[in-house]
Write a protein that binds this ligand. Structure first.
Ligand code: GLA
Length: 737
């Protein structure tokens, strides 16, 4: 039983393997948050909170003359607005009379077996067969706005999911100006916020800052989760380290504009609210209708490493779906940095032959293959092969690639259109643009209005044709600009605030249909690299191109930031040419591979430009990746930077769940004369077992490697990388394995 209902006093405890979440209805009918953290057995926790008169914080009606009770000072499960709580509301409404008041009181609750789902939205699945759902119903009586708080418990995974269904059970329309998915309050302590920010070519850089008094917002108004702020945040104790300390994660299963607001409150607590959309969000709830706010995957753990490992497992097993989510991913070569738009059958077939010779398993034909696509000014929307570049047709090209033994994959950007395309000339109203305004361009293209069903159907149709007509095993689904000019020709003025969210629902419908129709196709997400790198997309695309920046030294920080929430199996990572096209930096091919192997591995370079020695190295790398892949995909991931970053080296370790194997990677970002040797303490090994260290032939106990550590050989040259494979050769009882 993971949800325990105390009965009479309306206190509810949600239990996972290691954590507990306590809430209760108080004497005035408000649903109070009492505790979230290390697992406790159910107990009355109201003693933690003491009421006293706090000036200028009003007292809700049910409190009568009790001046010591204010919503401004208590921890609530779902904060609202207009009735005396001046902190971040999880919900903002405009009632038919124009008032912005919602006084949410407890009505009922229900515990159900299994995990709830949400209409049209991705949700974590119950893959362990242990999930339960708690639904708590709150209502604002005057407007009859009913708010159903949903909690899904994935007990073994230590995950609690949150989502909200808003329902208009009254007779008048209600406008949702903000429709939060969750509110989390931490009543006491000294907290830091970790978030993952960036820009194109520099996504998900980790930043840890103290939670200050006032509100800090991370989010996106770009119609995509964005390069700028990933929809994942961690609240951790100011003293928390990789190994210890209270850490809470909030991961949004959502790919559109969003807000995560974190407030350090006057009385010392912290409130975090996640909601879909930005300030322009408005959703009119007609009587009898519902609005589902997307799901948040919430987790508590002792230490950042544990938090990350729990997210890795849950994202991999409960969110990613399809044949490829846990299986071998073919090592690929992508044509983009090899040829850009300059595509011809000869050039592509030559690259394919070279790649197949080196053991590469999948050829991805990137941008530039379709009608009119000479550069990025034209073509998006006309998804047939370009007869000028490929006069013999796509079939001919695919047959040639398949003959080499490789699978074939192709790039598409279905949500976009160039004005110079037949699609735009036929359907100009399918692009987002307001009447009387010329829309802004981004990468010379416009965004299709996916809130429209006809546009969704067009994408489903052309993709179905493409995937049916041709022998395609992989799709790279790109999205290369932020959204502007939000206006849909099919919606009335008062519903234009719904367009962005409706567009995301449209995208999810398209992806759901296509992934169900073509279960054998591997879909990789992309948005100018990692601009839509979120758990919502991972429900449909189990891997996402990590960043357009393929420089391994840049990738170190990108992939480190990514590792806080997302498993390596989700991160598309490629070896490209040196000097790197984004930074001009030269690095050894061994370093490029060591970094790219910390992900869904591939290559993206003109193989004709490298010498025989590097080609041999690629052949070895592909073999090695295939051997190591189970450990890379499913191993427990440890960031070891606390030991090595002060020595200009990034390091990380993967340990198999049975502790039989491990793989240490260290990359030096600078080399110094007469430098101290890099020393690292390993983690997660079996202390009693003996491990063989493949690359230097030594054998040492897990205890020694974890406590005394491991000293690396001297690393020289530019940006050297070091990899060490460990294998258990003797178990704790001294028996040879
Ligand atoms: C985006 C992607 C790249 C490549 C180009 C093609 O930038 O992130 O990998 O596919 O588009 O135009």
């Amino acid at each position: 039983m993971s949800i325990i209902d105390s009965g009479a006093d309306h206190s509810i405890t949600v239990q996972t393997k290691d954590s507990s979440y306590h809430m209760a209805v108080d004497g005035y009918g408000y649903l109070r948050h009492l505790y979230y953290g290390k697992r406790l057995e159910p107990e009355d926790l109201f003693y933690l909170y003491r009421n006293y008169d706090r000036g200028f914080s009003g007292n809700p009606r049910p409190a009568g003359n009790d001046r010591t009770y204010s919503l401004d000072a208590v921890c609530q499960e779902f904060s609202t607005s207009g009735v005396g709580d001046y902190r971040i509301p999880a919900l903002r409404v405009m009632n038919t009379d124009g008032s912005r008041i919602a006084d949410l009181r407890y009505v009922s609750h229900e515990i159900r077996p299994g995990k709830y789902t949400l209409p049209g939205l991705p949700t974590a699945r119950d893959t362990d067969g242990d999930a339960q759902t708690l639904e708590v119903v709150l209502r604002d009586e005057p407007s009859k706005l009913t708010v159903r708080l949903l909690y899904g418990v994935l007990e073994k995974k230590n995950m609690i999911t949150r989502a909200v269904i808003y329902e208009n059970t009254g007779d008048n329309p209600i406008v949702l100006e903000k429709a939060g998915s969750c509110c989390l309050e931490i009543p006491y302590g000294n907290w830091d916020l970790m978030h993952f920010h960036g820009r194109h070519n520099r996504e998900r850089a980790p930043e840890r800052v103290p939670v200050l008094h006032g509100i800090q917002t991370i989010g996106s108004g770009r119609g995509m989760s964005s390069h700028q702020h990933n929809p994942f945040a961690i609240l951790c104790d100011h003293l928390a380290t990789e190994d210890h300390g209270d850490c809470y994660g909030l991961m949004y299963l959502y790919s559109g504009s969003f807000r995560a607001e974190i407030e350090g409150e006057p009385y010392g607590s912290v409130r975090a609210v996640m909601s879909p959309g930005d300030e322009s969000f408005r959703w009119t709830l007609q009587p009898g209708t519902q609005f589902a706010a997307p799901e948040v995957l919430m987790c508590w753990a002792d230490g950042l490493t544990k938090l990350s490992q729990q997210y890795h497992k849950a994202v991999r097993e409960n969110i990613c779906r399809g044949e490829y989510s846990l299986a071998h991913r073919p090592v690929l070569i992508n044509s983009w940095e090899a040829a850009y738009f300059d595509i011809s059958a000869d050039r592509i077939l030559k690259l394919a032959e070279q790649a197949a010779n080196l053991g590469i398993e999948l050829f991805v034909l990137d941008d530039g293959w379709f009608r009119g696509r000479k550069d990025d000014n034209a073509g998006l929307g006309d998804w047939e092969y370009d007869p000028e570049k490929l006069p013999e047709g796509l079939d001919y090209l695919i047959a040639g690639i398949r003959e080499t033994g490789m699978l074939f994959g192709i790039w598409v950007e279905p949500e976009m259109v160039n004005e110079n395309s037949d699609l735009y000339r036929t359907h100009p109203d399918w692009a987002l643009a307001a009447p009387g305004r010329k829309p802004a361009r981004g990468r010379n293209q416009l965004v299709l209005d996916l809130s429209r069903e006809d546009v969704q159907d067009y994408i489903i149709q052309f993709m179905t044709e493409l995937l049916t007509k041709y022998d395609i095993s992989y799709i790279k689904w790109d999205f290369n600009r932020s959204v502007t000019d939000v206006y849909s020709h099919l919606l009335p003025a008062e519903q234009q605030g719904e367009v962005v969210h409706r567009g995301i629902l449209g995208l999810y419908r398209v992806l759901e249909t296509l992934t169900a129709r073509f279960p054998k196709v591997l879909f990789e997400g992309c948005a100018g690299g990692g601009g839509r790198f979120d758990a919502g997309m991972m429900y449909y695309t189990p891997q996402i191109w990590g960043s357009d920046d393929t420089d391994p030294i840049e990738r170190l920080i990108i992939q480190k930031g990514t590792s806080f929430g997302y498993p390596l199996s989700t991160v598309g990572a490629h070896v490209s040419i040196a000097p790197n096209h984004q930074t001009g930096r030269s690095t050894p091919i061994s370093t490029r591979a060591a970094v790219a192997m910390t992900g869904a591995f591939g290559y993206e370079l003109d193989l004709g430009l490298i010498d025989r020695e590097e080609q041999e190295e690629i052949r070895r790398q592909v073999r090695e990746y295939r051997e190591d892949e189970p450990l890379i995909q499913r191993g427990l991931y440890y960031r070891l930077g606390e030991d090595t970053e002060r020595m200009d080296a990034f390091s990380w370790l993967l340990v198999s769940e049975d502790q039989d194997q491990a793989l240490l990677t260290v990359v030096a970002t600078a080399t110094h004369g007469n430098a101290p040797l890099i020393h690292v303490r390993l983690k997660g090994l079996d202390p009693d077992a003996l491990y063989e260290l493949r690359e230097d032939g030594l054998k040492h106990s897990g205890a020694a490697l974890m406590n005394a550590g491991y000293t690396l050989p001297q690393l020289t040259g530019d940006y050297p990388a070091f990899r060490l494979h460990l294998k258990r050769v003797q178990n704790g009882a001294g028996k040879e394995e």
